[in-house]
Design a protein around this ligand. Structure first.
Ligand code: AMP
Ligand code: GLY
Length: 426
């Protein structure tokens, strides 16, 4: 079987590594890929949003299954275009991808399906938005409606900050057309977790639980990033919370979408805030998390390809089961100094092969490029150094031991990945 993977981040390197282990797969292409992917697949120079060129490539090369990593091509309608030509593709269609593409749409679906989520209002005009802020007796989060590369959410602690946030989005248009409308919602305080599942339009296979580390600095300080590390499982998601997520969030959502004429096929990722053992939905993503994919797929012991191809062909996943390593996995992201603000690129990276040689360690590449036999930095998040082990303290130690073997100029990483989970066992 020939697979085309779309994307260029750590998530895609991890998917590529996992897909390459399948006995069903003969050849993997990745558009456009990165330095690490170039070692496991044939990288092709097509941007992940160039739907026309991707389609031509899939046709010309008789691709059996295209797997879409990032959200932007899904929201732009890649899957609809491929399906219209009869090309098997894994991911939700445009109308379903709107769950991530429009925060207003997502909140309306949540409300219509009676799924727990923060109280909210939606606004296009600044005057009404400010009235809502003035009248709110809780702290607020202001969100640009459309895609903003993970940057369109402003968490505030005072009314003045909330006024500034709506001005930034609606008046200064800092997120461009993504910020033509905003959601303003109650700020929830609890612990976040990521709940990621695969859906065939009706049935749902949950993946293991996981937890991201969004802020740039230790102890969750500083601005949010795409994610500075992750681990799986997330001990906060106990069996009670797990049951609530399935029965009160995911199944009602998929059924509610079906009632609106939307068949959800692909990855469904619920970003949760768990407050007093009750999960509330902060956001939906329509693709795997990055960096959650890294520890998740390290722990997945089954072949991932049967579920991908079944969903891509419109089949039923009712009889597919996935099995997991019982030990935990921890991923520490190494970033370019300055990220999530401005940073320099083109730094030579050394030591990856020594880290990879440690037992149970895999270094997934995000912002890297391969030049000759050397790797250079080419993005904010550079590597996802991931370890699989028997218990959490040893696995955290192994991940950091691997990190210590890698260097590049101005490398930056958090030193407390996994500590939140450790505290739960203390
Ligand atoms: P989102 O893209 O909606 O998940 O927002 C990005 C991040 O902003 C989340 O991971 C949370 O850390 C934070 N956030 C979003 N909505 C809320 C909320 N209602 N209360 C508290 N934090 C939030
Ligand atoms: N790690 C958060 C995300 O993928 O959206």
């Amino acid at each position: 079987m020939k697979v085309l993977l779309v994307g260029s981040g750590g998530r895609e390197h991890t998917l590529c590594w996992k897909i390459a282990q399948s006995s069903l797969v003969d050849e993997i292409f990745c558009a456009p890929g990165n330095g690490g992917i170039a070692q496991e697949a044939i990288c092709i120079d097509i941007a992940s949003e160039d739907i026309g060129s991707l389609m031509r490539f899939a046709k010309d090369n008789a691709i059996d299954c295209t797997v879409v990593g990032p959200e932007a091509p899904l929201v732009a309608g890649l899957v609809d275009a491929f399906r219209a030509e009869g090309l098997p593709v894994f991911g939700p269609e445009k109308n379903a991808a709107l769950l991530e593409g429009s925060k207003i749409f997502a909140k309306e679906v949540l409300r219509d399906c009676s799924i727990p989520t923060a109280r909210f209002g939606t606004f296009t005009g600044i005057a009404h938005a400010k009235d809502f802020i003035r009248n709110a007796d809780f702290d607020l989060v202001v969100k640009a409606d459309g895609l903003a590369a993970g940057k369109g959410v402003i968490v505030t602690s005072s009314k003045d900050e909330a006024f500034d946030a709506v001005e930034t989005i609606l008046l200064k248009k800092e997120f461009g057309s993504s910020g033509e409308s905003v959601v303003i919602e109650e700020r929830l305080r609890g612990e976040e977790a990521s709940f990621i599942a695969i859906c065939d339009g009706e049935h749902i296979i949950p993946l293991a639980s996981s937890q991201d580390h969004k802020p740039i600095f230790d102890n969750d300080k500083g601005p949010n990033t795409g994610g500075m590390g992750a681990y799986s499982p997330a001990p906060i998601v106990d069996s009670t919370i797990w049951g609530k997520v399935m029965d009160e969030i995911l199944y009602p959502l998929v059924a509610g979408l079906r009632a609106k004429g939307i068949t959800y096929r692909g990855v469904l990722y619920a970003g949760l805030m768990i407050v007093d053992s009750t999960p509330s939905v902060l956001e939906f993503n329509v693709r795997m998390g990055d960096p959650e994919t890294q520890p998740l797929l390290m722990r997945l012991s089954s072949d991932i390809v049967p579920v991908l191809i079944t969903v891509a062909q419109g089949g039923s996943i009712r009889n597919i089961e996935l099995s997991w390593e019982t030990g935990p996995s921890v991923c520490v992201v190494m970033a370019s100094g300055g990220y999530p603000g401005s940073y320099e690129k083109g730094k030579k990276i050394t030591g990856i092969e020594h880290a990879d040689a440690l037992e149970g360690v895999k270094v997934f590449h995000a912002g890297t490029r391969l030049e000759g036999s050397s790797f250079f930095t080419s993005g904010g998040r550079v590597l996802g150094v991931t370890a699989l082990g028997q218990d959490l303290p040893a696995t955290i130690e192994k991940a950091y031991q691997a990190v210590s073997l890698i260097s590049f100029d101005s490398a930056f990483y958090r030193n407390d990945i996994g500590f939140k989970a450790l505290k739960r066992f203390a």
